[in-house]
Design a protein around this ligand. Structure first.
Ligand code: ADP
Ligand code: MG
Length: 569
């Protein structure tokens, strides 16, 4: 037997990195700005523990585009690198200096917000650049160095005359990537990935008008100044403690996150956990009734304030993907496929945590201000009803706040409803009969008849209502649902096998035959019985069973309920 070592030659790996490291070339900027951020945060940490005896100051990261020179510059005032460190961190592909740093300072630096992980980020520069330069000076008292590499495994390293601390990365943008020399493109990328990163990022300057002085003369001309154009908010709301934030702050952050959303969110849920996994974030319930179809503003996933994706499938329980907001967790494995994610234990825990947190918040909103909750019910019910059907953990908790509205504007919890029905709406077998309508106008005469008898009629009009009813009946033996137009009211709530018709058998037969030539038999039933309150000679009903089967097949069965109008699920 022979054993040996597989020889990986860098020549072969470079083109692979370029092609396959990330499917999206645009993330090079995210990676380089992340490194600049890490370098700054590392310095911050080292000064705070007294290991770096330099002034930390208020460092800024600068991104510059030089369209003529076909270059992009990323400049930081972080800890920099010595020549030796460039050899160690840059020339070794897949060696993560960030991981090494966290390992070395694990007692003090675990909350430092360091982003790097895999030691591959830097090389993403070669996805868009034919040549990359690093000019860097360490905070340690050592000469600056200049590293140049054209994407082949050869590089050059020589002294440089940089005098201030930090690192400048220069990308010589390749022919096929000139889109990144457009300012608007870089600006767009910075806004997408870096909008909430923890170190200020400068991209150009902008003009600011100075406030008019109190003693301004009449012919005062507004004065303007050029100021740094800082594209990010380094301390977004979700990184703060809930106790520091007011309702207004949550709303303001919502608009910061979704600048094109003008409607206010209904309420927000602050997520904040550090054991057994790390996760922070803020979720918002938007008004959903109107725009279920077009959901472009989705929940955004961040890692240490770096935007990763707005596809949170598998991480956030499906019914909550209709919410908006951010989730920030360094503990979500991202470089793996989504199907693996779903099977991952840690991710399942995260998803369960979010479900629980949302349920708890709903419960407290309900108990603290029931009236307000009732007012918002119509806008949130679709999410909650869907949650009851798809997440057993949510269903368990839902009893405490899920509401059942009546046609005349009252709201019951399930327990309250049962109590109410027990007094009046039981049938001869002792079952509680929940009467409901799906359309107040179309079913108004049936509703009126039921109300005349003193019965409560619910208004259940969500597209998934038949599924929900099926589930509630399955779990509450004593409960049966009947739509008001499903049968004669005295048969829907059958108290004593009532004999309802006033017609003779012959009359019935003739009338029925005639009517059935105009009413489709498959869907409707002709009943030759008067509705007491209206002295109508007959009624046409839609039997519960047939109708429900039809509805359920239309909204699909099991799993997804095939809700065509649910966004991207
Ligand atoms: P990671 O960030 O996962 O550690 P990268 O490939 O992105 O891996 O970077 C490799 C290493 O190079 C970093 O860990 C860091 O030590 C060093 N490095 C990269 N960019 C900078 C920078 N701007 N300033 C200082 N060090 C840097
Ligand atoms: Mg990195």
């Amino acid at each position: 037997m022979t054993t040996g070592k597989i020889n990986v030659s860098v020549e072969n790996i470079f083109p692979l990195i370029k092609k396959f490291l990330y499917s999206d070339h645009e993330i090079f900027l995210r990676e380089l700005v992340s490194n600049a951020t890490d370098a700054t945060l590392k310095l911050k940490h080292l000064t705070s523990i007294g290991e770096a005896k330099v002034e930390y100051g208020s460092p800024v990261i600068e991104v510059k585009v030089d369209k003529e020179g076909k270059k992009i510059h990323i400049i930081d005032q972080g800890l920099g690198m010595t020549g030796e460190e460039v050899e160690k961190y840059i020339n070794q592909v897949a060696f993560s200096g960030a991981e090494e740093f966290l390992e070395k300072y694990k007692d003090t630096a675990k909350d430092s917000g360091i982003i790097g992980h895999f030691g591959l980020g830097f090389y993403s520069a070669f996805m868009v650049a034919e040549k990359v330069e690093i000019i860097t000076k360490s905070y340690k008292d050592e000469p600056a160095v200049h590293w140049i590499c054209d994407g082949s495994p050869e590089f050059s390293l020589e002294p440089a005359d940089k005098t201030d601390r930090g690192t400048e990365i220069i990308l010589h943008v390749a022919e096929d990537s000139t889109e990144f020399l457009e300012e608007y493109r870089i600006s767009e990328l910075l806004k997408k990935y870096n909008k909430f990163m923890p170190v200020p990022i400068k991209f150009g300057t902008r003009t600011e008008t100075l406030a008019k002085p109190e003693d301004a003369p009449e012919d005062y001309v507004a004065e303007t100044v050029e100021v740094d154009n800082i594209i990010n908010n380094p301390s977004p709301a979700w990184t703060k403690q809930p106790s520091e934030l007011e309702d207004e702050d949550y709303k303001a952050f919502y608009h910061e996150l979704y600048p094109t959303q003008f409607e206010e969110p209904l309420f927000s849920i602050h997520l904040n956990v550090d054991y057994p996994f790390n996760l922070t974030g803020i979720l918002y319930f938007p008004k959903l009734s109107s725009d279920l179809q077009v959901q472009k503003d989705k929940i955004q996933l961040y890692q240490n304030q770096v935007f990763v994706t707005d596809n949170v499938e598998g991480i956030v329980p499906e019914f909550l993907t209709m919410l908006r907001g951010v989730i920030d967790s360094p503990d979500i494995p991202l470089n793996v496929s989504r199907s693996y994610l779903q099977a991952d234990g840690a991710v399942k825990k995260i998803s369960n945590y979010i479900t629980r947190k949302v349920a708890d918040k709903l419960k407290s909103l309900f108990t603290e201000n029931r009236e307000d909750f009732e007012q918002k019910w119509n806008d949130i019910k679709i999410v909650l009803e869907y949650g009851m059907l798809s997440e057993p953990k949510f269903y368990e908790k839902a009893g405490a706040f899920v509401l059942y509205p009546t046609v005349d504007g009252k709201f019951f919890t399930l327990d309250e409803l049962k109590e109410k029905l027990a007094a009046t709406q039981t049938d001869k077998d002792g079952k509680l009969v929940v009467l409901y309508a799906s359309n107040k106008d179309a079913q108004h005469s049936f509703i009126a008849t039921a109300q005349d008898k003193g019965y409560e009629v619910l208004l259940l009009d969500s597209p998934i209502v038949s599924h929900l009813i099926q589930k509630l009946e399955g779990d509450n033996e004593n409960l049966t649902f009947a739509r008001v137009d499903g049968d004669h009211i005295d048969r829907l709530i059958n108290k004593d096998e009532a004999q309802l018709s006033k017609l003779s058998d012959d009359e019935k037969e003739t009338l029925k035959t005639q009517l059935e030539t105009i009413v489709p038999k498959q869907t409707y039933t002709v009943q030759l019985e008067a509705m007491d309150s209206q002295a109508a000679p007959f009624i046409i009903t839609q039997p519960e069973f047939m109708r429900r089967m039809k509805e359920m097949s239309q909204t699909g069965g099991g799993g997804m309920f095939g809700m065509g109008n649910f966004p991207d699920m």
